[in-house]
Ligand binder design. Structure first.
Ligand code: SF4
Length: 270
């Protein structure tokens, strides 16, 4: 599959669904309920350690694995906390409830160098303005091998971590990770984290992760990680790669049924 500069730029133009705000929503999420989003990746631009063909934000121009790399342009933690407090005050004033405060946005939130301090500040703000809400994060798992990332994640109630394939070769084809990404270290980091909820996107087309051997490998890795649960789903938005297609509900149901027979982990189909 070609990933030349022209294709990258076309993809970004076609699918530039990046967030323009630090705080967005609340949006009604199928998996989380009323979710107030916190975009830790800056506004109007995407920053990620992966380059998934199914990404709704378009292609990642320069995937990076470490927050310190100079390409990064993160909003300062203090600014994130101020913006979150302002929005929570507004929601309180308007009587709008939320179920979760979700770290997500234009890419991979764990790349933010101040993640731990931001999680701590958000936790205090949640306690003050929305004590029933949980803190959630949508992460692609690429950085979970780093102890400081795991320490930050320990402060998050719902750790929704990506695992799209059970072997390195297929993950590389689906997620196109940044240089330096290590499959074994990622799996080890996931296994060391408490209370993980794995998320897996199944796709067909230019690359597919639904072959029997792929499902067997994926199930084996899930068993090793021992998450609290697994959420499986397929494309429901326009992907960066037009060669990808959603799988059918029947295929998702069959994958879930197979996994439930083999491992004792709750599997939910979305
Ligand atoms: S990990 Fe998420 S944000 Fe990053 S490229 Fe994949 S789908 Fe997009």
């Amino acid at each position: 599959m070609s990933r030349n500069g022209t294709e990258l730029k076309q993809g970004i133009r076609r699918h530039r669904l990046v967030k323009e705000d630090l705080i967005y929503g609340p949006l009604l999420s199928r998996r989380l309920g009323r979710s107030l989003g916190v975009n830790l990746l800056g506004t109007g631009t995407k920053l990620c350690s992966f380059n998934c063909g199914y990404c709704q934000c378009g292609w990642t121009e320069h995937p990076v694995l470490k927050a310190a790399e100079p390409i990064a342009d993160f909003p300062p933690g203090e600014k994130v906390a101020d913006a979150l407090e302002t929005r929570l005050q507004q929601l309180c004033h308007e009587g709008i409830p939320i179920d979760v405060i979700t770290f997500s946005g234009n890419g991979e939130p764990t790349l933010h160098p101040e993640l731990q301090a931001i999680v701590k500040a958000a936790s205090a703000l949640r306690d003050r303005y929305a004590p029933r809400a949980k803190l959630a994060i949508l992460s692609n798992s690429s950085t979970v091998y780093q102890p400081q990332v795991r320490a930050a994640l320990e402060g998050v109630d719902l750790k929704l971590m990506k695992l799209d394939a059970g072997n390195e070769a297929l993950m590389r084809r689906i997620n196109l990770p940044a240089k330096g990404w290590n499959f074994a270290e990622m799996l080890q980091g996931l296994a060391q984290l408490d209370g993980v909820l794995l998320q897996t996107m199944f796709v067909w087309g230019r690359v597919a992760n639904t072959a029997p051997v792929a499902i067997r490998d994926w199930t084996d890795r899930v068993a090793e990680i021992r998450p609290n649960g697994v959420q499986i789903y397929t494309l429901d938005r326009v992907p960066a790669d037009p060669g990808l297609m959603p799988v059918s509900r029947g295929v998702l149901a069959a994958i879930a049924a197979y996994a439930r027979r083999r491992i004792y982990v709750p599997i939910e189909v979305y």
